[in-house]
Write a protein that binds this ligand. Structure first.
Ligand code: ZN
Length: 472
């Protein structure tokens, strides 16, 4: 969220030279997102609604009605953009799936030109439901939940497929969400099987309405939900977190900060409200399955939900219309949220992944931050903030060529494990106790990755527990 007037020093900077022109990467991102079209997404949602129901237990073979027809149509859309597709599937049974049911996702792969194994994933769920979660027969338009997210996925593919990126972008329409996040499970397992380095999953679920049932409206804010301490490995990490801090610095939270900062710079009339919990109160979404697998993931959702329009049989009661109908949607708002997604996908796929910084400086007046050099990075930005600040406050840039090991071809003057540290910066007079530190990678064309915090579990790769202590 934009904060004005918080730091007096900013005013001094602004008073000196006239305002800097937008930096090249941001200008590029603004160009890339310009063609994102709410009108195009309206046509997509109309088509999705035309399948009658997209319930996970509906027909997988009917050409016109049901989940199968919707997945096939989505595949056709991806292919029309020239993207190769895959349909990862698995079979599940559960409380909302009384008989073994095959759950399939439809994904399009835009392979990166330089770092194809570094992957950013946008997801929405194509399945829909009404009041009874097992009702696969009645019309379940699912216009907003989650036709909106699916439309964003398809629109991102349409717009971004015209460009090339160093990293890979995955566009994914998931199914089985309403029955128990099964599509998320399928795709997270698929990512693991492919050995992808998943930098981020942006999950879009309910992103296309701007008014609640109480008349509260907001089309200028999008909520981004992110988990606190990383869930994967949390038991092993708990002791370290208590000793070293990092409760607000799991990689997902840094994806949230990245989106917040990006929205401020894009000038699309949309601000991010960072919500520091994994999802809405007591509720869930597909990104949770990515988190369970160790991949950074956030959920984007509207500022104001309307509960009369979610998971409801289509009906009118006491003059109130219930049901997830297209007429309830706000497509200019959906366009803005999709632009934020598209910019984030392009930005993350353009930058090298963040490094895995470590920090030392206990009982010292200085702090030293070290990290591995990252392929494709020409510089790094060291960022730090007070422990109670929600955004990075201070920064310093380190050119790759100044990293000791790179400059000298050997380990440089490093303490600690030389295998783990090839770049390092010492911040004189900065006390490690009072700040949180992180490092991002910057590619040759200036695109900066999300920041990885130098905290336990701050690395973007899945957490791997250390081997147990040998028994003595
Ligand atoms: Zn949903």
């Amino acid at each position: 969220m934009r904060k004005l007037g918080l730091f007096p020093c900013l005013l001094l900077v602004a008073a000196a030279p006239p305002q800097n022109p937008p930096s090249a990467p941001d200008a590029r991102l603004r160009e890339i997102v310009a063609p994102v079209s709410g009108a195009q997404m309206k046509r997509t949602v109309e088509k999705l609604v035309s399948f009658g129901t997209r319930h996970t237990l509906s027909s997988q073979t009917d050409p016109n009605r049901g989940i199968g027809a919707a997945l096939n149509w989505t595949e056709g859309q991806f292919r029309s953009f020239g993207l190769p597709t895959e349909r990862p599937c698995d079979t599940f049974t559960g409380t909302r799936m009384p008989t073994p049911t095959r759950i399939c996702d439809m994904i399009a792969i835009q392979r990166g030109t330089e770092r194809p194994n570094d992957v950013v994933i946008i997801t929405g769920h194509v399945d829909s439901r009404v009041t009874d979660p097992l009702n696969a027969k009645d019309d379940a338009p699912g216009a907003n939940d989650d036709g909106s997210g699916t439309a964003a996925v398809i629109e991102a593919a349409r717009v971004l497929s015209k460009h090339k990126f160093p990293g890979t972008i995955i566009y994914a329409a998931l199914s089985g969400e309403e029955q128990g996040l099964y599509g998320g499970k399928v795709l997270a397992a698929y990512a693991k099987a492919q050995g992808w380095n998943v930098v981020a999953n942006l999950n879009n679920d309910i992103i296309g309405n701007s008014c609640g049932s109480d008349g509260v409206c907001n089309d200028k804010l999008v909520r981004v939900f992110s988990e606190g301490p990383r869930w994967q490995g949390h038991e092993q990490l708990a002791k370290q977190l208590r000793s070293l801090g990092g409760e607000n610095d799991a990689p997902s939270r840094n994806i949230s900060r990245y989106l917040d900062s990006l929205a401020d710079r894009l000038n699309i009339g949309l601000d991010v409200m960072q919500v520091w919990r994994n999802d809405r109160f007591g509720r869930g979404g597909d990104h949770t399955e990515f988190l369970n697998a160790g991949y950074p993931a956030v959920r984007l959702s509207v500022a104001v939900e309307n509960y009369n329009w979610q998971h409801q049989d289509l009906r009118t009661e006491n003059g109130i219309k219930y049901g997830d109908m297209i007429e309830n949607m706000d497509f200019p708002y959906l366009e803005k949220i999709t632009k934020l997604n598209v910019a984030a996908l392009a930005g993350i796929a353009s930058a090298p992944p963040p490094p895995e910084p470590t920090v030392e400086g206990g009982v010292s007046t200085n702090t030293r931050i070290g990290w591995h050099a990252m392929a494709g990075a020409s510089s790094y930005v060291i960022r730090w903030r007070r422990t109670d600040a929600n955004q990075w406050q201070e920064q310093r840039t380190q050119l790759n060529t100044l990293c000791p090991s790179i400059a000298t071809g050997r380990g440089g003057e490093v303490r600690g494990d030389p295998m783990l540290i090839s770049c390092d910066v010492t911040l004189d007079g900065v006390r490690v106790d009072d700040w949180v530190f992180g490092v991002s990678s910057v590619g040759a064309d200036g695109f900066e990755s999300p920041v990885a915090s130098a905290v336990p579990g701050g690395a973007f790769r899945p957490y791997v527990a250390p081997p147990p202590e040998p028994v003595k």
